[in-house]
Design a protein. Structure first.
Length: 188
């Protein structure tokens, strides 16, 4: 007798075969019962599509930047960025910049806004990247006077309309690019 034939006739193999057949039988009964008790096949559970699919992820209509948003952006640079009249800057910023700070904490000047000395500033032109009815992204170029001891910097500013009544706030002020890394002992 070959080793395959002896393996097939061994009581251990026959028990395993019986258990495997029983498991397959139980799985088949469960599958059959599940389809019958839930009302049929899965194709019956999903209704046929009779109308075109509506696009639920529409991008809002682009609009011209609201002059009120532009005024908030300008005043934000003149106050929060310059660290001048922080009390006036506090209502201009949204929760992402406030980070839960009270007005008293805000007035210390330890705020989540990268500063820039306005006395060194020549101009600060703004470019609108996008503008929707309730949100806008603006690039602000802080360009220093000739001979100033600071470098020009470019920032992304997100403006959002919030609250009741709706009003514009600056909700992010992020420098474009990476900050310079000091050389230390490394040959740069």
């Amino acid at each position: 007798m070959s080793s395959l034939a002896s393996s097939l006739q061994s009581p251990r193999f026959q028990r395993r075969l019986l258990v495997g057949a029983f498991v397959v039988l139980v799985a088949g009964i469960v599958a059959f019962a599940a389809t019958r008790l839930t009302g049929g096949s899965s194709k019956d559970a999903v209704p046929a599509q009779t109308s075109p699919v509506k696009d639920v992820s529409k991008v809002p209509k682009t609009v011209k930047l609201d002059p009120k948003a532009q005024a908030v952006a300008k005043l934000f640079v003149q106050t929060a960025v310059a660290r001048k009249d922080l009390a006036k800057a506090y209502p201009l910023v949204g929760p992402d910049i406030k980070q839960g700070q009270s007005l008293k904490e805000w007035l210390t000047g330890d705020i989540a806004v990268v500063p820039y000395p306005l006395d060194q500033l020549d101009i600060a032109p703004m470019k609108v990247d996008y503008s929707y009815p309730n949100e806008a992204l603006v690039e602000v170029a802080l360009l220093p006077k000739t001979g100033a001891k600071v470098k020009a910097q470019l920032f992304y500013m997100t403006l959002e309309r919030v609250g009741k009544p709706k009003h514009w706030v600056v909700n992010s002020w992020v420098p474009k690019g990476e900050p310079p890394v000091p050389c230390g002992d490394i040959n740069c």
